[in-house]
Design a protein around this ligand. Structure first.
Ligand SMILES: [Zn+2]
Length: 264
């Protein structure tokens, strides 16, 4: 068996550590790789700069079966959102990507084929990011500026590879699990923390909550295994929550607006 074959299934950068620290490092790495707000492997954006601002984000599109309906729903509440796109889907539906941006939303890079980057080499990571980068750039005539790793998984090379292409990496505060095949009645209560945070921060015109930060919500308009995945439950849950969040005084912003414009 070749040394490479033996290493299969292990992350190669862990293999280079001395054996005595490998176990502890593996525990720390698991945290840095998967915990959404961990900064171990590089800085990420996890929150908005105001409790009044909610950044709704969608992964794994574009999806011709859902994204157009979602764009109509968002328009109804003057909601702007951020879509992290899979490169191979962008190549199949560039018009939908153009439509998304024309309606005031941001798009970001979510890799070409949606692998778990924790188990990929530096070279493989760079190729995954570059192919999606080119697909979006070709569709829009300009490169995106925001990146989200598939499954939120990182290793020491992911964020530097994203930075090389000019990206800031975006994670989340709330991941309700809308990819699960469960009814909207299951999903809706899992999005309750957004309303709880808005209420705690005091409603319209009140001062900021203790943290002074707002939520980044991670939902899915696509499915990484196939184009045209069923995300009707995500749509139904948003139909439920958007008017309620609006009444609580939340503003629905893109991730760019969430971090770069002054907090109200
Ligand atoms: Zn994804």
């Amino acid at each position: 068996m070749s040394p490479c074959a033996k290493m299969r299934g292990m992350n190669p950068w862990l293999v280079t550590l001395p054996a005595v620290v490998t176990t502890a490092a593996a525990g720390l790495a698991a945290y840095g790789a998967a915990y959404p707000r961990a900064q171990l492997f590089g800085r990420t954006i996890c929150r908005t700069n105001s409790p009044r601002k909610l950044a709704i984000t969608f992964d794994d599109g574009p999806n011709p079966a859902i994204t157009p309906k979602l764009l109509d729903l968002l328009d109804r509440y003057n909601a702007k959102a951020t879509f992290f796109l899979i490169g191979r889907y962008v190549r199949e539906c560039p018009e939908l990507v153009q439509e998304t941006v024309a309606r005031g939303h941001l798009v970001g890079n979510h890799t070409e084929t949606h692998p778990n980057l924790f188990r990929r080499t530096r070279r493989e990571i760079r190729i995954e990011l570059r192919l999606c980068h080119d697909a979006i750039s070709n569709a829009l005539g300009a490169p995106p500026k925001w990146f989200r790793p598939p499954f939120g998984m990182r290793n020491p090379w992911v964020i530097p590879a994203a930075r090389e292409l000019g990206y800031r990496t975006v994670m989340w505060t709330l991941l309700p699990g809308d990819w699960q095949e469960k009814p909207a009645a299951w999903l809706i209560p899992r999005m309750q923390p957004i309303a709880d945070h808005a209420q705690r921060s005091g409603g319209n015109g009140a001062t900021a909550s203790a943290s002074g930060r707002g939520d980044v919500l991670c939902l899915h308009d696509g499915a990484h295994r196939e184009l045209n995945g069923d995300r009707s439950r995500t749509l139904a849950a948003l139909e439920h929550w958007l008017p309620r969040w609006h009444d609580l005084g939340l503003e629905f912003v893109t991730i760019g607006e969430a971090v770069s414009t002054p907090a109200p």
